[in-house]
Design a protein around this ligand. Sequence first.
Ligand SMILES: [Zn+2]
Length: 256
Amino acid sequence: MLVQSAVLTEADGDPVAVDNAGGRSDVLLVCEHASNRLPEGYGDLGLPADALTSHIAWDPGALAVSQRIAKNLDAVLVYQRFSRLIYDCNRPPTSPAAMRDVSEVFRIPGNENLSEAEKARRTAALYLPFQGRIAQEIAARTKAGRATVLVTVHSFTPVYYGQKREVEIGFLHDRDSRLADRMLAAAADTNLYLIARNEPYGAADGVTHTLEVHAIGPGLLNVMIEIRNDLITDDVGQGFVADFLTGLLRESLVDA
Ligand SMILES: [Zn+2]
């Protein structure tokens, strides 16, 4: 069991990054799984190198796509600088998925038998500042009379437990499907990508936490976008997908 006195050192830096602060779009982009970086005090958590670069550590390509959409729309982007292996910022502290000791086929030795104190330290170091920064951004806009449309951007693995996933882009929602409905309608005529609602998973899998915390209660338009990560491995793929999603968001928000 790892016992850390401080989760992040000075060299690790801030857990939260904000791109295009001051962006004028109503859209607020969030990328919880942007990075596979581990805080220096945690070593490799006992994982092999291939696990540390795989989808269990982060959402490959999701940050680059988010940054491109942020640029296209002039939108603020908030993202987490550390791996979900330390704390998954799209899960509440009470969820066993917040600090998993198993992910798909990998055991995560450095997360086994975590003490309550260690869980509390990670929550305070990574989750609270991240969700707090999003709340702060929304509160400032509301105070200024500005709307917020919350869009979270993720990627998923093409093969999960040996099963190939056919879907390429998913629009996910919880109880409020307004924006997902509009994006699906806007995408109805495209043959560029295989698109689906609440695929490859949905709210019942606990993936709509950030939407739930910030958007659903106050009634802000919101959607979670999932992109199959083999489509966004390089600049070209990331650019195509980001520009496609930008177009759908613009069309979906015209009369919003
Ligand atoms: Zn994700």
